[in-house]
Design a protein around this ligand. Structure first.
Ligand SMILES: [Zn+2]
Ligand SMILES: [Zn+2]
Length: 188
């Protein structure tokens, strides 16, 4: 399917009962993700698997999708690389823009606002999915990834990975933390 090389849906492909699409793409096809890899932020150990259901209602195109892949990330506590699945479920609404531009178009009586629904505008007879897929994957990246929920991290004093060995440093809260607690009590 030549269109899927470009990750595009042509409107004429969307029949009355919708369109189902499933495809796999290497991360190289997505510039932002490829850049994250080039920067050493992560590695992908699987292609992006995308499954989409597409429906058309007048000039609106609804896309329900799921994306799955596997990434290697450094744990933000112990810095060890670990592998984790990334999964995204999303619903996007695309709205066709007429060629004369938005300004000439009277606002239509549509019972949805851009705040309730993600609306992506497109022009012409096809929708490019690449940016949307890429954006969904980026949003799924954890801000503070943990290799496991109880990762003990590195000792702040000697740097030992506490998951592997305990160290001899005293594991007491630093004086700074006590000071914060005292202040909280005084305010009451
Ligand atoms: Zn960890
Ligand atoms: Zn230590």
């Amino acid at each position: 399917m030549e269109d899927l090389k470009k990750m595009e849906i042509r409107l004429e492909q969307i029949k009355e009962d919708g369109l189902t699409l499933e495809f796999e793409k290497s991360v190289d096809a997505f510039p932002i993700l490829a850049e994250m890899v080039a920067n050493g932020e992560c590695e992908f150990s699987a292609p992006l698997r995308t499954a989409l259901r597409v429906f058309r209602i007048d000039d609106l195109v609804e896309i329900d999708g799921e994306i799955e892949t596997l990434v290697h990330l450094p744990c933000s506590r112990c810095l060890q690389q670990f592998e984790t699945p990334l999964k995204s479920s999303f619903a996007l609404t695309y709205m066709q823009q007429t060629a004369d531009g938005v300004e000439d178009t009277e606002p239509q009586e549509v019972e949805l606002s851009a705040e309730d629904v993600d609306i992506v505008y497109f022009q012409g007879e096809k929708i490019n999915l690449k940016d949307a897929i890429q954006e969904q994957v980026v949003m799924e990246f954890p801000l503070r990834p943990f290799c496991k929920s109880d990762c003990k991290g590195l000792c702040p004093k000697c740097g030992t990975d506490l998951n592997q060995n305990p160290c001899d440093c005293e594991q007491r809260p630093s004086p700074g933390e006590f000071a914060v607690l005292k202040n909280l009590k005084l305010e009451k």
